[in-house]
Write a protein that binds this ligand. Structure first.
Ligand SMILES: Cc1ncc(COP(=O)(O)O)c(C=O)c1O
Length: 504
């Protein structure tokens, strides 16, 4: 059963609909509908308040008496009295003794509701210039064989072990005192990260140096906040990682695109005024080559001379398939100019949203404050679970397993790209990570290959959008994190047949 009451401005008359019977006032300004018999006072309060806020009840307008309203709505007088008392207490209504209850005159200060929702102006036109995020797999063209980058294979993640760790974290959380935690992150997780980096990335740190963030993205954002003043020059790789570039643009920086070649970032092309340089030295994003030691040393020397900060984004360096791991920039940094950034997005999965950074000690206190200003700290539940997952050895085991698996996928992919498909694709040397780039033959282009691949239900993604300047090459980024060996074979076989059948 529901009731509808409407009252007019000039006379506190009510129109009531009940069980199909309707009595209407000659001028209706507001309706009160009651659904069910629960929280009647709350229902009436919210509807009268909403009518005042959106202007259906104007300042100075008289309301029906609590007695009339109670009787018409079939609620107790106490209910309507409570509602009015609350609205008067909050300043929406005022009562004049012996005269009645009116919408407060203060409400004239509320902006009138425009016909369409008003658009709040964002800070400057900068946001409009930002690209959308990286291409996710295409919902409009779902591909049976999808080589999208940036995803991991969840089918191979040990969810049984993870469940144990999350249960453990829940127990710890239930025992906690419900307060805020350290902005730098959970102590055990920081210890686990610090140990892991020492053994696998040759990055030596104390656990106190580690700051846990919501993904590498937040680490980059906090570094930008801590260092960039509007107008500062920031250097990024071109082609590069668009979400990082967006952080710097949004912070008001003048972002300069620096070309990369087979040895990585061209240090000789860095703008002399750059305050910060963002690089992906282990596995250049997107092209894949590691930065040579010579370039690394040149970059460190350059940053030291200029007093610039280098952000080393080591987003997927844990998977290395050939040769010895190259020294991280952080491990070569004696001058305190490198902020090392890492993530679990490629080793576990991106939805986890856990990353970390080890900033130079001169910036550590500022970054802890920046993290607190941003979101106080990352979720303790996930941090505790991940800390246990690492300290109990499950993470290392998972990495070993995935390393073997990704090595097979990469080898299969290369076998096709260098064999059956060699007339169209030339893979770039890439010894790490979970994607590789293949450059297209001169007589074709990305849009054409992507469209023809789509006919074979193969999802391919071009590298042009990773260039901020005119793309110097056309190529395809083959992600193999989310596609197994058998599907790589089937997909690339079909791709080869389709390309031959549609040869132009
Ligand atoms: C270059 C680069 N950095 C960082 C990340 C991961 O960022 P996050 O930890 O925010 O998921 C990615 C993911 O694709 C990447 O390509």
């Amino acid at each position: 059963m529901w009731f509808r009451a409407a009252y007019s401005s000039s006379t506190p008359q009510l129109a009531l609909e009940s069980g199909g019977i309707a009595i209407r006032a000659y001028k209706m300004n507001a309706h009160i509908k009651l659904r069910g018999r629960r929280d009647l006072a709350g229902q009436i309060y919210r509807q009268i308040r909403a009518s005042i806020v959106d202007g259906r009840l104007a300042p100075g307008e008289r309301l029906p008496s609590t007695r009339t309203l109670a009787s018409e709505l079939d609620v107790s007088r106490k209910t309507t009295l409570d509602v009015f008392e609350r609205l008067i207490g909050e300043g929406y209504l005022r009562s004049r003794t012996g005269d009645g209850t009116f919408v407060s005159d203060e409400m004239t200060r509320l902006a009138p509701t425009p016909p369409r929702e008003r658009i709040v102006q964002a800070t400057g036109a900068v946001w409009e210039t930002l690209p959308e995020a990286l291409p996710a797999s295409r919902k409009d063209m779902p591909a049976r064989f999808d080589f999208v980058g940036g995803v991991t294979d969840k089918r191979l993640f040990p969810f049984d072990k993870w469940r144990k760790c999350v249960s453990h974290a829940l127990r710890i959380q239930a025992r906690g005192n419900g307060s805020y935690h350290d902005p730098s992150g959970d102590q055990e997780l920081r210890l686990a990260i610090s140990r892991y980096l020492a053994s696998s990335r040759a990055v030596v740190s104390n656990w106190q140096d580690v700051i846990v963030t919501n993904g590498a993205q937040q680490a980059i954002e906090l570094l930008a906040r801590a260092v960039i003043r509007p107008g500062d020059v920031i250097a990024v790789e071109d082609p590069g990682y668009p979400p990082a570039r967006s952080v710097f643009t949004a912070a008001g920086a003048r972002v300069i695109d620096v070309p990369v070649d087979k040895d990585g970032l061209r240090v000789d092309a860095l703008p002399s005024k750059a305050r910060m340089v963002y690089v992906t030295p282990s596995h250049q994003f997107p092209l894949g080559m590691p930065m040579t030691l010579e370039r690394r040393l040149a970059l460190l020397e350059w940053a030291h001379r200029r007093g610039a900060l280098v952000i080393e984004d080591d987003y997927d360096g844990e998977y290395r398939f050939e040769g010895r791991p190259m020294e991280s920039l952080k491990s070569l940094d004696n001058a305190g100019v490198v902020a090392y950034v890492g993530t679990f997005s490629k080793t576990i999965f991106p939805e986890l949203r856990i990353g970390y950074m080890i900033p130079p000690s001169s910036l550590a206190a500022t970054l802890r404050k920046a993290k607190q200003v941003s979101d106080w700290h990352s979720s303790t539940l996930m941090q505790t679970a991940l800390g246990k997952f690492m300290l109990d050895g499950y993470f290392a085991k998972h990495l070993r397993h995935m390393h073997r698996e990704y090595a097979r996928r990469r080898a299969t992919l290369l076998e096709y790209l260098q064999g059956d498909l060699a007339d169209v694709f030339t893979p770039l040397p890439s010894v790490a990570g979970i994607h590789l780039v293949a450059i297209l033959a001169d007589d074709t282009n990305e849009a054409d290959i992507i469209a023809r691949a789509n006919q074979a239900s193969v999802g391919l993604y071009g590298i042009s959008r990773m260039f901020n300047t005119q793309p110097s090459r056309q190529g395809i980024l083959f992600g193999y994190g989310g596609i197994g060996v058998d599907d790589i074979r089937s997909g690339l076989t079909q791709l080869g047949e389709t390309l031959r059948a549609t040869r132009r």
